[in-house]
Structure formats: C-alpha cells, structure tokens
Design a protein around this ligand. Structure first.
Ligand code: GRF
Length: 193
C-alpha cells in the first residue's frame, strides 16, 4: 500500500511504523506525512527519513471554502497516489470529502479501549487521566476505522493492559504507548493484500 500518515504531535507511532517498514515487516511504504502542525515532532521524523510532508490548516488557508479546503487534502493524496491513510495522533477531524473518497481506508489508533474513554476532548493525557479516575483495572489500545465522529468508527483491533493501583497518567501512558508501537503496524499489515 502507498500510505499517507496524518499526525499532529510527537510522532512516536509514525516512527514505529517506519521502523517496521525498514525492517521489512511491512511491504507498504509511507510516501507522505500530512500535518496540521508544521512544528511537530512527526515533521522532524519525516525529514530524517526523507519523507515528504505537507502542512494543511485553517491558518495557512484562511480564505478557502470548505470544498476548496478539502481539495487541498485530496490533491495532495492524489499527487502521491495514496491508497491508505494512517492517523497517528492527528488532532483534527478528517474532511468529509476525504472520508468519502477513502471509505474503509482510513484507520486511527486510540490509547484506550473504545467505546469507553473516547469522543471529543478525549485525547492525549486526558484519556489516561479519565481511565485512572474511573477506577477501571484494564486499559489498552483500539485501532478503528475513521468516520465523521470522533472515535466512533468500526473497531478493527484491541489489546489490553493492566491499570496498576499506583499508576498515574504518565506511567499508564508509557505502558499503553508500548502496546501502540508493538501492534499498530501489525494491524496495517492486515490490510496489505
Ligand atoms: C497516541 O497515544 C495515539 O493513541 C493517539 O495519539 C497519540 C500519538 O502519539 N491517537 P505519538 O505522536 O504517535 O507519539
């Protein structure tokens, strides 16, 4: 597959995917990174790995209509001949036109067991704080298809881990991230022909 990664943050999942490609665990390649945040860690990772990156956000393109704005994404995806999109800590909604064009071809990873601890505002440390506050004893990761609502697309894969009684959001995040790095590429592999 010819993958475009969408990311807004550190990019550790992006890095783990690239490493699984370098080790030839995956046949796919990542040709493009799209970000809303040109200063994020994921951009640095793209540069280091000589992967093209494009920043698209409403500050860069304040005057575009919704359709023109979506077109920015679609034309980048077309230019690079992308056939699969992997969200890796991408903080924005995917444009409806992109969802339509890439139906069942966009996946996301969430750092908890959906449908719990998902939805608007449930990102980053907020998720782990909420998990700990709830008192549940297990958390984990969910890989799911992306649709027009945050964290509501069909679940593809889940893996759980323990929430320890002395965990704070940082120790829990560390355990969950380890699972993310271990399993995200394996889910991508399921989509390779
Ligand atoms: C991960 O926890 C992922 O589950 C969530 O955003 C975070 C991204 O982390 N969607 P990173 O940028 O890959 O380090």
């Amino acid at each position: 597959m010819n993958i475009c990664v969408f990311a807004s943050g550190t990019g550790s999942n992006f890095k783990a995917i690239l490493s699984s490609i370098n080790k030839k665990y995956l046949k796919s390649k990542v040709s493009l990174l799209i970000t809303n945040n040109p200063d994020c860690g994921a951009v640095e990772i793209a540069k280091k790995n000589k992967i093209d990156h494009i920043a698209i956000n409403k500050n860069i393109y304040p005057l575009l209509s919704q359709k023109e704005y979506s077109q920015k994404f679609l034309s980048a995806l077309k230019k690079y001949d992308i056939d699969f999109i992997v969200l890796s800590g991408y903080m924005k909604m995917i444009e409806p036109e992109v969802l339509k064009k890439f139906k069942n071809k966009i996946i996301n990873i969430h750092p908890a067991l959906l449908p719990s601890f998902g939805g608007k505002g449930m990102y980053g440390m907020n998720v782990h704080k909420a998990v700990i506050a709830s008192g549940v004893k297990i958390s984990g990761i969910t890989v799911h298809f992306v649709n027009e609502n945050y964290d509501e697309g069909k679940i593809i894969f889940q893996k759980c881990c323990e929430v320890k009684s002395d965990d704070d959001e940082f120790t829990l995040q560390k355990r969950v991230l380890k699972l993310e790095h271990k399993y995200y590429w394996k889910v991508i592999k399921m989509f390779e022909a």
